[in-house]
Design a protein around this ligand. Sequence first.
Ligand SMILES: [Zn+2]
Length: 329
Amino acid sequence: MPTSPLEATTRHVLAIDIGGTKLAAGIVSDTGALIDTDRTPTHADEGPEKVVERILDLSRSLLRRNVVPVARVGVGCGGPLDTTLGVIQNPPNLPGWIDFPLVRHLHDALKLPVVLDNDANAAALAEYHFGAGRGTRHMVYLTLSTGIGSGLILNGELYRGKHGNAGELGHLQVKYDGETCNCGGRGCLEHYASGTNIARRARELAARHPESLLARSAASLHDITAQSVLMALQAGDAVAWDLWNDTLDLLAAGVASIVHTFDPERIVIGGGVSNFGPLLFDGLRERVQQRSMPALMGGVEIRPAEFADNVGVFGAAAIALHEPQEVLA
Ligand SMILES: [Zn+2]
């Protein structure tokens, strides 16, 4: 049965971020101070047992060199996963992790309570407790990265839905007759506006406009990335601007729907595409304003996330510090 969130005393947690290419861990205090951190490659292809060994090596080394009382372990990992059972259910970035009882393995080895959640929820909690969402009770987090991930903080709590999968806002359908998305839906926001898909659309556009700066921004069409789009925008390339204005319209359609559904105080946006800076945030604010009911949009702030590469470790810490823990029988 769940216990209450960790009491706020001067305690520390061990935070573990499991990514497809790297494992990161850290010791974090209950005020959100990062005491120490370390990372190592995941080598996910070697299978879950080997990866667990590497997680344990990383964890034990941090615990050895930081003599502080550690009360709990928080783990953030790509989903799908079952937070109640503590099981990883075959995420695309961790091949072979089929119904793998990660929490059981870590709990038995470290002799500490272990709390698990998916990486998007972890990032949302990191921003909510320690970053750009501080001081709110209603916050939506979006990460515009390889895909579009999100987390919902409603009434001061992470909202998970019935199965723990709530907040798949990357799959808001912003074009009812749009292209098929890899989730099986059509016209999903992620299919157009994630970093990977902005790059894909840029390559398609550059192939049709070989004279554009966008097409000439990389050695070959294959090498065009979202960063190439940013450079072409800054140089005033009309083809890149067409792509970007279309992307902002699609994002605004999604964000306006989020505003109308949740009436949030703040929308926090992270991920690689947030590096577009004012080109993203100013353009998006203006368009969302135009598309939203004034009574709802009036008080909504759209802000950049405060954490970058280290969001996973702070997210895992926030899970351990603030989320209820399932006790293993
Ligand atoms: Zn989709």
